[in-house]
Write a protein that binds this ligand. Structure first.
Ligand code: 5AD
Ligand code: SF4
Length: 463
């Protein structure tokens, strides 16, 4: 069917459920952008939806299993719609879609649409094939020659005060436990001009903080206007100059191998760059790092941390850890604990190793017994939680700029993030300050977040 410019587009409800990393959150927003011209408006609940999309994560087995059970639950909404004579499209997107492809139909025959992370810019065609009854089901798990970023528009339908912007995607590092190089494909960096255009659109939509995203974001090497390969530090300087509305920049996720001096110096010199870095190390044991094919040793990680702390003494560090990797001995685990003690993290994510089909580690011998891995995870998480709580307590009394990017369920309250990426709640505040940055005094550090109060009395709500 063709729509002329004057044909009214019927409003349809689109429900998207997102799992996994920030890149999936970004992708879900872009999926909504692509579907908006077809009349789909995003809603918060699946009731009466015309399209239900699950944007999925394949990183650990648990994430994949959760997706299949949610799919089963959401099926009821498809059936309810169809009982009323309405076509309800159910789609699976993201990394499970990429990894499983049409195998998804074997477990969930009622799914209509399966599309991988590199194909969502062609959703209009996929939907037309389904609604025009040209195809009963559509599967698209290609890695197209031309990047989706070249055809996606820069228009965003949903922009908050803090926005994500994908600058790099995919990974060529091939850590032996990880599915990302297979589900997201080879490393790709967007050209600088495209990123600047998108950042301008985001700030015009109200964004004041931008988090640059990439599976290996610090390996960014997109082309600049002179046809030369840029790097992440240069990109961030250019962005801040071209888009002065950006108050704060963050980037995630980084690989230790790519923490070059330009980037470390940017932490010293670039005012908008927040004093926070998520730098996964996975293990503190050289033996395990080698088996993981991390391409760095623990000393290299310590060197980077030292340089970062020299450049930006108040930098808060976060990381990712895997315990129970095949062959991990008590001593290897002790080395991880030792690394954590030496680095002292402000927050961190830690996981039990999960064998993923098709990855080299999944066929390694000497698996760690699940009960041993669980025990190690508990011990590691205890230490990481203690460090996070200590960090939060040590910030009590500090006055920091907070961008209010979330409304709270409590009345007269707002939430945001401190420059150190702590989640902060401020009560007794005018909620019109949502989307603005205010000076806040941290009054209380709890285990996973902090509480603060507005120190600009003029803008404080009078009861
Ligand atoms: N098992 C457990 N954790 C994993 N991660 C990636 N692959 C696996 C796996 N197979 C973790 C790593 C990575 C984070 C995103 O997920 O710590 O940094
Ligand atoms: Fe996965 Fe390693 Fe690439 Fe990170 S660097 S995405 S852990 S393969």
């Amino acid at each position: 069917m063709f729509f002329s410019a004057t044909t009214p587009v019927m409003s349809k409800k689109l429900y998207i459920k997102t799992w996994g990393c920030q890149m999936n959150v970004y992708d879900s927003n872009r999926i909504a952008d692509v579907l908006a011209p077809l009349g789909y408006k995003q809603v918060d609940a699946p009731d009466n939806a015309d399209m239900i999309i699950l944007n999925t994560c394949h990183i650990r087995e648990k994430a994949t299993e959760k997706m299949f059970s949610e799919l089963g639950r959401l099926r009821a909404h498809k059936l309810a719609g169809e009982n009323k004579g309405k076509k309800v499209i159910m789609g699976v997107a993201g990394c499970v879609a990429q990894a499983e492809g049409d195998m998804i139909y074997k477990r969930a025959s009622y799914v209509d649409l399966v599309f991988g992370p590199q194909t969502y810019h062609t959703l209009a065609e996929m939907v037309a094939d389904l609604t025009g009854l040209k195809k009963k089901r559509v599967v698209n798990t290609d890695f197209p020659e031309i990047s989706k970023f070249d055809t996606l528009t820069h228009e965003h339908t949903n922009v908050g005060p803090s926005a994500f912007l994908s600058v790099q995607e995919g990974c060529d590092k091939f850590c032996t436990f990880c599915v990302v190089p297979y589900t997201r494909g080879a490393e790709y960096s967007r050209p600088v001009h495209q990123i600047i255009t998108e950042a301008k659109k985001l700030t015009q939509g109200g964004a004041r903080e931008i988090t640059l995203l990439g599976q290996n974001v610090n390996a960014y090497h997109g082309e600049d206007d002179n046809g030369q390969a840029s790097n992440l530090a240069k990109l961030m300087y250019q962005l801040c100059e071209a888009v002065p509305e950006i108050e704060r920049l963050r980037y995630t996720t980084s690989h230790p191998r790519e923490m070059n001096d330009d980037l470390i110096n940017a932490h010293r010199d670039l005012e908008q760059l927040t004093p926070y870095l998520h730098l996964p190390v996975q293990s503190g044991s050289n033996r395990i790092l080698k088996a993981m094919n991390r391409k760095h040793e623990r000393d290299m990680y310590f060197d980077i941390i030292d340089k970062l702390r020299e450049a930006r003494p108040d930098i808060a560090l976060s990381g990712d850890f895997i315990v129970g990797f095949p062959g991990e001995s008590e001593q290897d685990f002790e080395d991880t604990m030792d690394l954590v003690r030496r680095v002292n993290y402000s927050s961190a994510y830690s996981f039990k190793y999960s064998p993923r089909p098709g990855t080299p580690a999944s066929v390694m011998q000497n698996m760690v017994r699940p009960d041993v891995a669980s025990k190690r995870l508990d011990i590691l998480q205890d230490l990481l939680n203690t460090q996070q709580h200590e960090f939060n307590k040590n910030t009590e009394g500090m006055i920091v700029p907070v961008l209010f990017d979330r409304k709270s369920s409590k009345a007269n309250s707002l939430m945001g993030r401190t420059p150190h990426n702590q989640s902060i709640l401020v009560e007794d505040i005018d909620t019109d300050l949502y989307g603005t940055t205010q000076q806040i005094k941290i009054t209380y550090g709890s285990p996973h977040s902090v509480v603060g109060e507005l120190i600009t009395p003029a803008s404080k709500k009078v009861a």
